[in-house]
Design a protein around this ligand. Structure first.
Ligand code: NI
Length: 408
């Protein structure tokens, strides 16, 4: 019997491969259209409408209006078996596009600089391919189009609105410029860091720049706090545990001869476990307040209300992903990475609810060839990666819910 299952999987794979080639030109067109209309977190009304239009045209039922209004859950309903969810983010960024592409953003200061247009197109491609196998599906495939991944925490709103109800496993992916197109990369366990921001408001006492003794200089305090914060990771965190504290924004004063009243420091913290995260927060607050007090100023420290947790891939689901992708796109094209990335993803929130795995999809045109980084004004999701993403996701879905053909 295993031989028969293997043969049927091989036949299915060939059918999927052919189907992907047939739908690819349409999927690329969809991607370019989406790229032209980037919208930021929870403002994705055009995008949401566009996706619904495509689903309508293909006869795929969906529920819309999730996650503050622009989220969509579409379902390819098969038998009464297991349900797998596949997720794409749908938001763009506040960046002015500099690619000069014919399908570059038509909206000023808005850009799909993180490639979510490619994620959407790939997921629509998966939907189009799986639609042809609907009658043979033993379970269902749920397609999550999630708004507000960039600093919006849209995943939490999707979950609150029931996107994961009845879901047995979830998978997602993100374009990855460091890896070449045609490949995917994944790791079991921690894949991406938790992310939180901190904001330090320093209260000094403004005065004339020529008479500093009559005031309390918050600029000097901000400089000392920034320097002292460098000791948090290097002196207080176990060196075997990755962590980051980065001051990314300082704001104070307005001209050359006035010492201002206040100063602001903002930055980001990253780690891979709740204990380290708590230590970072405690240290930042202690050092900021203590340093301010040393210089007769005061400081107030705030953190994000809903930080992104670390993204932890389920071991069994990662193994299934590796096996399936090795068959779908070739063993040599599945890269097992050793070290997690310090960037964050709110896909982590889904993985706190149901088992699943997240993987990186290669974007570079050739091995080692530089590709614009994520969030760069030159970034454009590589269309060459679409077949790899679609094949991996489509086969994952079929493998997870098991196809009636292969279990008959
Ligand atoms: Ni992104």
């Amino acid at each position: 019997m295993p031989q028969k299952v293997g043969l049927l999987r091989h036949v299915m794979r060939e059918l999927i491969r052919q189907r992907i080639q047939t739908v690819l030109p349409e999927v690329i067109d969809l991607r370019h259209e989406l790229h032209t209309h980037p919208e930021i977190r929870f403002e994705e009304t055009w995008t949401s409408e566009f996706i619904c239009g495509v689903l309508d045209a293909w006869g795929i039922p969906y529920q819309r209006g999730l996650a503050k209004g622009t989220g969509i859950v579409a379902t390819i309903e098969g038998g009464a078996g297991r349900t797998i969810a596949l997720r794409s983010d749908i938001d763009g960024l506040e960046i002015a596009e500099a690619t000069n592409l014919p399908y570059a953003s038509r909206i000023p200061e808005r850009m799909h600089a993180c490639g979510h247009d490619g994620h959407m197109a790939a997921l629509l491609g998966v939907a189009r391919v799986l639609l042809d196998f609907r009658d043979t599906l033993a379970g269902s495939v749920r397609l999550l189009f999630q708004p507000g991944e960039e600093q919006g925490g849209g995943a939490r709103y999707m979950i609150a609105d029931g996107a994961l109800d009845g879901v047995d496993a979830i998978f997602g992916m993100h374009g990855w410029p460091q890896l070449e197109a045609g490949k995917i990369a994944v790791k079991s366990g921690s894949l991406m860091a938790s992310a939180d921001f901190f904001r330090i408001n320093i209260q000094g006492k403004g005065c004339h720049g020529a008479d500093p003794a009559s005031g309390i200089d918050p600029v000097l305090v901000a400089a000392h706090i920034t320097t002292a914060l460098q000791a948090v990771v290097s002196r207080e965190i176990d060196p075997r545990k990755p962590a980051v504290v980065s001051v990314a924004h300082i704001d104070a004063g307005s001209t050359t001869n006035i010492i201002p009243d206040t100063a602001l420091i903002e930055g980001t913290i990253r780690s891979f476990d709740a204990e380290t995260d708590a230590m970072l927060r405690e240290a930042i607050e202690r050092i900021a307040c203590g340093t301010a007090k040393t210089f007769r100023a005061s400081a107030e420290v705030a953190f994000g209300e809903k930080p992104y947790p670390a993204l932890v891939n389920d071991q069994a689901m990662t193994q299934m992903l590796i096996r399936t992708a090795s068959e779908a796109i070739g063993e040599d094209n599945v890269v097992i990475i050793e070290e997690p990335a310090m960037v964050a993803e709110d896909f982590a929130c889904y993985l706190e609810e149901v088992p699943g795995a997240f993987f990186f999809l290669g974007m570079a045109d050739a091995p080692g060839q530089p590709y614009p980084t994520l969030h760069s004004p030159y970034y454009d999701f590589n269309d060459k990666a679409l077949p790899t993403g679609i094949a991996t996701m489509a086969e994952l879905a079929l493998r997870f819910i098991e196809n009636k053909m292969s279990v008959r």
